[in-house]
Design a protein around this ligand. Structure first.
Ligand SMILES: [Zn+2]
Length: 128
């Protein structure tokens, strides 16, 4: 599930207009509400020794993107592209095993690896 991909699109829309160079710096699930997306404009800074890193100008912006927003964005993506909104048309999903640290690739559960958006039933979209 490419939740964060859709979440970033929604976050950028909510925070618009964003300055050039704005990137997502962090995100985390926020309970049942959605995903908290943080970002800012990074600035490369020299640090001590061989370390180098990025600082963000000013306070990072953060916005809560609800799962409803993400589902809506996924549907919009599917309607616009005809591709599966979960795997973004790659046909693959990445699963993280609980014990292992190595992500494994498997067929996307939503489209079963066909890469195409499954046929949706619009009458069910407003059922909930
Ligand atoms: Zn898929």
């Amino acid at each position: 599930m490419s939740l964060i991909t859709h979440a970033e699109i929604v976050a950028r829309r909510k925070l618009a207009p964003l300055p050039p160079g704005w990137i997502v710096s962090a995100w985390k699930p926020s309970g049942r509400d959605g995903i908290l997306v943080c970002g800012g404009v990074p600035r490369a800074v020299p640090l001590w020794g061989s370390l180098s890193g990025k600082l963000f100008e000013g306070e990072p912006q953060s916005v809560l993107v609800s799962y409803e927003d993400i589902r809506a964005e996924s549907r919009r993506f599917e309607a616009a592209t005809g591709k599966c909104g979960d795997c973004l048309g790659s046909g693959r999903a990445t699963t993280q095993e609980r014990r292992g640290r190595t992500p494994r690739q498997c067929a996307c559960p939503r489209c079963a690896g066909t890469r195409c958006a499954p046929v949706t039933h619009p009458e069910q979209a407003h059922a909930g």
